[in-house]
Design a protein around this ligand. Sequence first.
Ligand SMILES: NC(=O)c1ccc[n+]([C@@H]2O[C@H](COP(=O)([O-])OP(=O)(O)OC[C@H]3O[C@@H](n4cnc5c(N)ncnc54)[C@H](OP(=O)(O)O)[C@@H]3O)[C@@H](O)[C@H]2O)c1
Length: 369
Amino acid sequence: MSSEFPVVIYGASGYTGRLVAEYLREYNVPFIAAGRGKERIEEAMAKVPGIETAKYEIATADMEVEALTNLFRGAKVVCNVTGPFVDYGDIVTEAALNAGAHYIDTTGEQPWVKRCADHWDAKFKEAGLVCAPSTAYMYATSEIAAQYALETPGIDTLDVLVLFKGIPTYASTQSFYSVLQHEALYLELGDLKPWTPGTSFEVPIPSEVMTALALPWGGMSHPIWFQRDHRVSSVRAIGGNHSRELMQFVLSATEEFEKDIKPLPADEQKRILSEKADAMQGGMPPRENRREHRTIDIVRGRGSIARSDVTIHGTCAYLQTGLLQAAAAFHLVNAPPFKTGFASPCEAFGHRELYGALSEFGFVNMEIS
Ligand SMILES: NC(=O)c1ccc[n+]([C@@H]2O[C@H](COP(=O)([O-])OP(=O)(O)OC[C@H]3O[C@@H](n4cnc5c(N)ncnc54)[C@H](OP(=O)(O)O)[C@@H]3O)[C@@H](O)[C@H]2O)c1
């Protein structure tokens, strides 16, 4: 592939891949819109606002290491937007490493983030490359809040709450169901511990009179990121959608998994979970609306006597994700990452820089107290 195109979006035909293309265009970064089907990629690119002014090419390759290595050769950055990442992440990551490209993705799946930390960290470090999963709304925006909280000396404990409005896409729904097979972990005094399945919390929403139902949501990425940060000993992260109906459905899916599906062999579990996800979300949700699809990311930081509370009011979780991917890719096209090997988005690209990108595009507003 030509090095005129330093970024490859793999999964460009999807809802989020299309948004990554939209913001790469805003950053004037030439890219290859790639995936397994040319027609679907063409259809997706045709819907990108202003696409006529973007410099891009379309390329296809199947989800297979050799084909993807050839596709990525010559690129500086791979933006992987194909989930579930517990299923496909290793293939795309290996191909990026083979091709000598940095790897970023949009996962919200804790087991995949842990896999990057445990398996891919040393290999990417040795190659001088970054592997930064979760460079996405879930959970980079709340990581930004956590990094600001940690600027207060003495903070060692983080409670994270992520709340968004919106309809999960097909692959997001598949991702949610696929993590049910894995333990959801939190960090307590330096050790990762499993949440009790079915744990839920009734949480206040700072800007509303109502409360929301929040769940550990697979454990989220923060416990894995902050286990490697000497300042932090404990992290509990929970999240949810503003729709109580959806959250109650998610909670009952977790309970059903524990009771009826977990006793079955792993392959059978996977098949049933995938079918359930198919039944729940088959189509493409509409483009987000800034006045409707709002987000709130809250971090409460504690030390023995130190305290820092950070709240980020924002909008459009998927649009934020497209922008975060493009801002990270723009950084990598122009400069080395702040950290190589496995890194959180803020470690790789800077919390001030990522906050700057989100706020400059009008997506977020932060309050610190
Ligand atoms: N953490 C966050 O905040 C966040 C935000 C957005 C997305 N995400 C995650 O990102 C992933 C993609 O989300 P999405 O919204 O773009 O979903 P989507 O609209 O369903 O798109 C999925 C993409 O993956 C591709 N794909 C699926 N299976 C594949 C395979 N076996 N081989 C090659 N390509 C394959 C699809 O290609 P085809 O068109 O050919 O089927 C499509 O391009 C999901 O896992 C989701 O959870 C996370």
